[in-house]
Design a protein around this ligand. Structure first.
Ligand SMILES: [Zn+2]
Ligand SMILES: [Zn+2]
Ligand SMILES: [Zn+2]
Length: 330
C-alpha cells in the first residue's frame, strides 16, 4: 500500500493492490479478550480490582501504517507519493467483551481516555509524525472491524483533510477576530439553547448548525483547549465529566441508530512548526479539540456521496431536541 496525494484537493489517499486477507474462523476466540500472546501490547492503563488491566493499546493485527522505515516522499511528474509509514494501534477500551462505552462505568471510560491521551502524546514525540487520529467505527454499516470494544489510533506523516480544513478555517477566523471559532460557536449555542444536547461540567454535547448526516453530534470542552491529550492527562476530574458525557451521548445516539463513526480531532504535532503553512503559528489559540459522532442512518444516507453536498433530512434543532429528550439509562 502507498499514499498518493490528489493534486487538486491536496488530500492523501491510501491505495494499492493488496492480496485479500484470510478471514478469521467464526469460532476463533476473540484476540482482545484474554491475555493473548499473539498481540503486541504497547501500553496498559492501571489495574482495576479483579482485572490485570483496564484498557490497553496493541499493534493492529493487520496495520495500515508501519512504524519502520522512511516515508520516501517523492514526485512523479506533478504527482506526490510516499510509503505508508506511521503507526496503527488498537485501543482495547475494556477487558470485558460486551462492556462498550455506553455500558461501561465512568471510571472505566476515564481509564480508556487517559490511555488514549498517553498514546497520542507518545506518538507525537516521533519526529516523523504530523498527526495522530483516534477513531471508532461501530456497527456493520459503519465498517466495524472487531466485535470487542475497541477504538483505533493512526499516526501519520500528514494531517488528514478534514482536520486540515478545520485548522485553516480556525486560523482564518482568528486572524479576523482574534477569537477561537469553536469558542464562539459554544457561546452562541449555549445562548440560543436550540442545538445543545447536554452540558456536563466543562463539556458540552451539541448538534452542529450544518450537520453532514442526521443526528451528527459534537462533544467539546467549554473552556478553550487546543489539545485533548493535555486535558486527558492532567485533570482527572475533567476526565470523569467527559467520560459521563461520552457515555450518555452514545446512549442517546443509540436510541436513533446503533451504527456510528466517532473521531477525535485534536491539534497536530507541534514538533513540526511548518515554515510555509500558517496554521501552526497560533494553533494553541485558534484550534479547539472536539469529538465528532456521525451516526449511520442507512435509509437517509443516500444523497450526498455522489453530489458531495451533504444532505441531512433532519435539522440539528429537531435532532438535538430528540436526543436531549431521549430516554437513556443514566
Ligand atoms: Zn473480546
Ligand atoms: Zn476555543
Ligand atoms: Zn472536527
Amino acid at each position: 500500500m502507498e499514499l498518493r496525494k490528489d493534486p487538486i484537493t491536496r488530500s492523501w489517499v491510501m491505495t494499492g493492490d493488496e492480496a485479500s486477507e484470510p478471514k478469521p474462523r467464526p469460532d476463533a476466540p476473540c484476540p482482545f479478550c484474554s491475555d493473548s500472546t499473539t498481540l503486541h501490547v504497547i501500553a496498559k492503563a492501571p489495574n482495576t480490582p479483579g482485572a490485570a488491566w483496564s484498557a490497553r493499546s496493541v499493534v493492529h493485527p493487520t496495520p495500515l501504517y508501519h512504524i519502520e522505515g522512511e516515508p520516501g516522499r517523492r514526485g512523479d511528474g506533478l504527482y506526490d507519493r510516499m510509503h505508508s509509514v506511521g503507526a496503527h494501534e488498537v485501543l482495547v477500551e475494556n477487558p470485558n467483551h460486551d462492556r462498550h462505552l455506553w455500558r461501561a462505568s465512568d471510571e472505566e471510560i476515564a481509564h480508556f481516555l487517559r490511555l488514549a491521551a498517553e498514546r497520542i502524546l507518545d506518538l507525537k514525540r516521533d519526529p516523523r509524525i504530523k498527526y495522530v487520529s483516534l477513531f471508532k467505527d461501530y456497527g456493520k454499516n459503519a465498517g466495524q472491524e472487531f466485535s470487542h470494544p475497541t477504538s483505533q489510533i493512526t499516526a501519520t506523516m500528514f494531517v488528514p483533510r478534514r482536520v486540515l480544513y478545520e485548522l485553516r478555517a480556525g486560523r482564518e477566523y482568528f486572524v479576523g477576530k482574534e477569537r477561537c471559532v469553536f469558542c464562539d460557536i459554544i457561546q452562541q449555542e449555549e445562548r440560543q439553547a436550540q442545538r445543545v444536547i447536554e452540558v456536563r461540567g466543562d463539556y458540552l454535547a451539541l448538534g452542529p448548525y450544518a450537520p453532514r448526516v442526521p443526528y451528527e453530534t459534537w462533544i467539546l470542552p467549554r473552556n478553550h483547549d487546543s489539545s485533548f491529550e493535555r486535558t486527558g492527562l492532567n485533570k482527572p476530574g475533567l476526565r470523569m465529566n467527559l467520560a459521563a458525557l461520552l457515555r450518555r451521548t452514545l446512549q442517546r445516539v443509540r436510541t436513533v441508530t446503533e451504527d456510528f463513526h466517532l473521531v477525535l480531532h485534536t491539534s497536530p504535532s507541534s514538533l513540526h512548526p511548518s515554515k510555509n503553512l500558517g496554521y501552526w503559528k497560533t494553533i494553541d489559540d485558534d484550534y479547539h479539540w472536539h469529538i465528532e459522532i456521525m451516526p449511520v442512518v442507512p435509509s437517509k444516507a443516500k444523497s450526498y456521496t455522489f453530489k458531495e453536498v451533504y444532505y441531512s433530512p433532519v435539522t440539528s434543532e429537531t435532532a438535538a431536541k430528540q436526543l436531549r429528550e431521549a430516554k437513556i439509562e443514566g
